[in-house]
Ligand binder design. Structure first.
Ligand code: SF4
Ligand code: SF4
Length: 256
């Protein structure tokens, strides 16, 4: 008797496809995964699709159009478990910069014929629209963490993803702290671990690609950024990148 393999679906919303590429980048592991699951819907990898319901859906991208706001409801309806992957899906992405401005200004500056563009005024994470079973952070996500999430869901357990900051990864690797040694602004103290302290390893400050860690102390970091000579505008620019919405929420909650 043959047992049916669990069905995996991968969905794209407003995004650059980088997180889906992280899945394709798994290469050897992807072949093993294909032996364990039926890749039923993954348009970036194969044209053929299999109808739902799906056991696990991975969702990349944020909601920026009225059509996508409807589509995510349908994705949730056909998915037993739904995991969001990447800064766009978990925090609205860099496109959420428009949440802090008038979208009409962007439309007229960027597009020659803005009347053809249909967009919502905000870019919002998937969790603002439907219940989400797990959020995997990163811009892009880390493929090892993605494999852990896939393995965990296939075996019915919670993924084991560290909830510490980038600073802990920095210390483990013995990297010289760029903020202490060179006065370079760095979001590492408040950013979720996962990248392996990639930027500090190349003498650059962390850009916060993995979003705020649990209970980030933005008050202390903001104070330190000001000690380094950044004014209010400079501090704002440090926080407003790929996870702008999540960091602004964290700052509002911590008042820093
Ligand atoms: S989180 Fe980053 S890498 Fe992933 S889709 Fe969004 S912009 Fe691309
Ligand atoms: S370089 Fe940044 S991430 Fe590394 S220890 Fe210093 S503040 Fe933390």
């Amino acid at each position: 008797m043959t047992t049916k393999k669990p069905k995996l679906a991968v969905w794209k919303f407003a995004s650059c496809d980088g997180c889906q590429l992280s899945l394709l980048d798994c290469e050897d592991e992807l072949l093993a995964l294909a032996g364990e699951v039926e890749i039923a819907y993954f348009l970036e990898a194969r044209r053929a699709t299999v109808k739902g319901p799906y056991d696990l859906s991975l969702v990349e991208g944020s909601v920026t159009t009225a059509h996508d706001a409807e589509r995510i409801q349908e994705v949730r309806r056909v998915s037993k478990k739904l995991v969001t992957i990447g800064a766009c899906a978990t925090a609205g992405g860099i496109q959420a910069l428009k949440n802090f401005a008038d979208v009409k200004d962007f439309l007229s500056i960027v597009y020659a014929s803005p009347e053809y563009v249909s967009t919502l005024e905000t870019s919002t994470p998937i969790s603002a629209h439907v219940p989400v079973d797990f959020e995997l952070h990163g811009c892009p996500i880390n493929k090892r963490q993605l494999l852990e999430v896939l393995t965990a869901f296939l075996h019915g357990r919670r993924p084991s993803i560290a909830s510490t900051s980038v600073c802990t990864e920095c210390k483990r690797r013995g990297i010289v702290c760029v903020m202490v040694a060179h006065g370079t602004p760095c979001l590492g103290p408040v950013t979720h671990a996962g990248c392996g302290a990639l930027c500090p390893a190349y003498d650059r400050g962390c850009y916060g690609c993995f979003g705020p860690m649990e209970t980030p102390n933005t008050v202390s970091l903001t104070r330190q950024l000001k000690v380094l000579g950044l004014g209010d505008r400079g501090v704002e620019q440090v926080y407003r990148t790929f996870n702008v919405e999540a960091f602004e929420n964290a700052r509002a909650n911590g008042q820093g």
